[in-house]
Design a protein around this ligand. Structure first.
Ligand code: HEM
Ligand code: SF4
Ligand code: SF4
Length: 511
């Protein structure tokens, strides 16, 4: 008999763009094979940061050699091709890191969207990301103006027409900035000021973007970061970034190469009309901006039980979203502090529940009331279901799963007790020990890969707790073949089944 026991879900099944999420998960999974922990799709935010730093560093060198006079700008940048090993390389790095920044950011946005990470408590992370896209495109446009070549001429004239279309700007803008007479030293000083200023604004925006995340991952895995940097260097050397001919406002520029990451709105403004281009930009910004409010909120945040909180601060240490703070308490002389939760920040992941020492199933209390708990999926329900299952199935194997990883309820075969939690991090390791004491033949923790955890730290903390690297530890008596873990994404149920069969066989072989 296969006993299916899932907690009643308090988080709706993964949201609308499910198929996109599945497709992305499949690609991510496929890339796990060659890349392992350096899988680029699992560290897009960190790779965007790396691209930004490379762009900033290479930009600093270009600033030193750049001549901000109208007559000298083109020559100063064009001359870099004469020194390929330093100037050319740095210019190429600047160009390709800027492109990588845009590409990786768009992938990061698409991935967060596909995984449904744009609403509820994540509205802040999402919404603070949207202006970053607009700023980076704007900064790229200004950047392409600086080399004073025919592409810069295209950028200047099209921006003039594009922005000039907006009410209140009109022809004056074109006259002031983009005619031959207006190309002055002052203009180039203004452009470089804008280019650097918007870059620094992006940096400020990134700080705001990460404000609600505890220990955000801003550095890629070393091997992945090095490979990424090597790729940028190779691109810069193999396909150097070059200027086109000097701008000539007496003639319209022809055959200008377009960098679609940054110049697409201008290409659309010229190919179709400025009005259509503005409409497209406004539609994308509006769509991204309202997305967090297109889905109903279904999460029920955790609640602290003062009579069970001892003020140990483990929940505070483990919360990935900074939703827990420790505050002084005056109602008892025994404990100095108590956990407090900000419901607006809480993801309802339950990682804090798995950290709380009061979630210990061995406690001899009729109801397992713990220090911090998910009201809709209390830890007591997990113990009750285990107890109930073992009445009929002594010797069954227990598989703890997570709502976002492989669906453990699909596991076939006799004698399997499947329990899915909002995040594997909600299941304290003592539950494995408890299941073994109840007679479980094997216990398997099947959750997402560490970098794919829907709640950032759930998978990593589960691994650390099971291996004794992080509190609460799995009791040493339970360590060994009888308690195992496996990374398994949605759709990986067959692999989980195979791992469970193998685990049982190896236990039988030793017995
Ligand atoms: C401009 C470049 C961007 C960079 C460098 C960047 C970087 C990051 C980083 C490092 C994280 C933390 C990852 C972690 O530790 O779990 C993150 C999270 C996030 N980013 Fe971005 N981001 C950028 C743009 C965007 C954009 C454009 C959006 C969407 C509009 C976005 C949406 C999010 C969301 C929703 C999260 C939270 C994920 C979670 O709660 O698990 N980001 N970003
Ligand atoms: S982990 Fe539990 S006992 Fe410790 S501070 Fe948090 S709620 Fe209180
Ligand atoms: S449920 Fe998750 S987000 Fe909420 S307080 Fe606990 S660890 Fe933090």
């Amino acid at each position: 008999m296969h006993v299916q026991l899932a907690f009643a879900p308090n988080v709706a099944p993964l949201p609308a763009p499910r198929r996109a999420a599945r497709a992305i998960e499949r690609v991510e999974h496929a890339l796990d094979v060659p890349f392992g922990s350096a899988n680029p799709l699992r560290q897009l935010g960190a790779l965007a940061f790396l691209s930004f730093w490379v762009a900033l560093g290479s930009g600093a060198y270009l600033f030193v050699v750049f001549d901000t006079s109208a007559l000298g700008a083109h020559a100063s940048i064009d001359a870099l091709k004469g020194e390929p090993l330093l100037g050319g390389l740095v210019r190429g790095l600047h160009r390709y890191s800027a492109d990588a920044f845009a590409a990786v950011t768009l992938l990061h946005l698409a991935r967060e969207w596909a995984h449904g990470r744009y609403h509820g408590f994540r509205w802040f992370s999402w919404l603070t990301g949207v202006p970053l896209v607009l700023l980076l495109v704007a900064d790229g446009m200004v950047g392409y103006w600086l080399p004073a070549d025919t592409r810069a001429q295209f950028v200047a004239t099209t921006i003039g027409e594009w922005v000039g279309w907006l009410p209140g700007f009109g022809d004056r803008l074109i006259r002031n900035f983009v005619t031959a007479d207006a190309i002055s030293d002052r203009l180039f000083s203004l452009l470089i000021f804008l280019h650097i200023g918007v870059g620094l604004l992006i940096l400020l925006g990134l700080w705001v973007h990460l404000l609600r995340l505890v220990r955000p991952r801003v550095n890629p895995v070393r091997a992945g970061g090095v490979a990424f940097a090597v790729l940028l260097v190779a691109l810069a050397l193999v396909a150097p970034a070059l200027s086109t001919a000097p701008a000539d406002f007496a003639r319209a520029p022809a055959n200008v190469p377009v960098d679609w990451f940054y110049l697409a709105p201008l290409a659309l403004a010229q190919g179709a009309s400025p009005a259509l281009s503005w409409l497209a930009v406004a539609a994308v910004a509006l769509l991204l901006g309202v997305l967090p409010w297109t889905r109903r909120e279904t999460r029920t945040p955790v609640v602290v039980d003062p009579s069970n909180c001892t003020g140990c601060a483990r929940c505070f240490d483990d919360c990935p979203y900074g939703a827990v703070v420790m505050t002084p308490r005056s109602d008892t002389a025994r404990f100095k502090s108590i956990a407090r939760v900000d419901p607006a920040l809480c993801a309802a992941c339950g990682i804090c529940v798995g950290a709380c020492p009061r979630s210990d199933p061995f406690r001899r209390v009729p109801t397992l009331a713990t220090g911090i708990d998910l009201p809709a999926r209390p830890i007591d329900a997990l113990r009750r279901r285990l107890d109930a299952a073992f009445v009929h199935r002594p010797g069954a194997a227990v598989v703890f799963g997570c709502d976002h990883g492989a669906d453990v309820n699909l596991l076939g075969g006799r004698d399997v007790i499947a329990l899915s939690a909002p995040c594997l991090g909600q299941v304290p390791p003592s539950f494995a020990d408890y299941a073994l004491r109840k007679g479980a033949r094997a216990v398997l923790f099947a959750g997402c890969a560490e970098d794919a955890c829907a709640f950032r730290f759930g998978a990593a903390f589960t691994h650390a707790r099971l291996t004794g690297a992080r509190e609460p530890h799995l009791h040493p008596r339970a360590r060994g073949p009888r308690v195992q873990e496996i990374d398994a994404a949605r759709g990986d149920e067959t692999r989980v089944q195979a791992a469970l069969n193998q685990q049982r066989e190896s236990i039988d072989a030793v017995a």
